[in-house]
Design a protein around this ligand. Structure first.
Ligand code: ZN
Length: 166
């Protein structure tokens, strides 16, 4: 199907159309090379726009993938053990060990750790595996709470079986 330009109003009409749908003038079956050229340029332009759009889409996809990996990495890194928390645990455990009657024989399981305003509260609840030597060769079940200041890096309070320790 060829394309014509209406001699009267310059509207683009198909060559099968006898009357211009735009102005109602009779359409002459004569193709316009200028018009074909203009349409060709228009097609070329839209092809270029397509290419730009495709490139932008690819760039957006790559950026999205990079951003997603970065986010996943951050989530993974943040889900790992907090270095201050590790220090808090080490400090509290060594205080428990050095304060007990026979430091080598103390059993220290994983504490429950609560963090509030840079203050770490490590809790070994009764019956959860913390045992302390009694000085007569036996270990007794114990419970303990250790407060650790994350800013100064010091233990502010350590209580074992409800009493200040050691
Ligand atoms: Zn017309």
């Amino acid at each position: 199907m060829g394309i014509l330009s209406c001699e009267n109003c310059r509207a683009i009409v198909h060559d099968k159309v006898a009357i211009c749908p735009s102005c109602g003038e009779k359409v002459f079956a004569r193709s316009s090379p200028q018009l074909e050229g203009a349409l060709g340029r228009q097609r070329h332009r839209s092809l270029r726009v397509d290419l730009i759009a495709q490139t932008l889409l690819w760039v957006a996809a790559v950026v999205a993938v990079l951003f997603a990996s970065w986010w996943l990495f951050l989530t993974w890194a943040m889900s790992g053990p907090d270095p201050v928390e590790k220090r808090a645990r080490k400090a509290c455990e060594s205080a428990l060990r050095s304060g007990s009657l026979d430091g080598g024989r103390i059993a220290i399981p994983q504490p429950k750790i609560h963090i509030q305003d840079g203050r770490y509260r490590l809790e070994w609840l009764a019956g959860q595996g913390l045992t302390m030597p009694n000085g007569y060769g036996a270990n007794l079940a114990a419970y303990a709470t250790c407060f650790y200041d994350g800013f100064t890096g010091t233990i502010t309070s350590l209580r074992v079986n409800g009493k200040s320790f050691p």
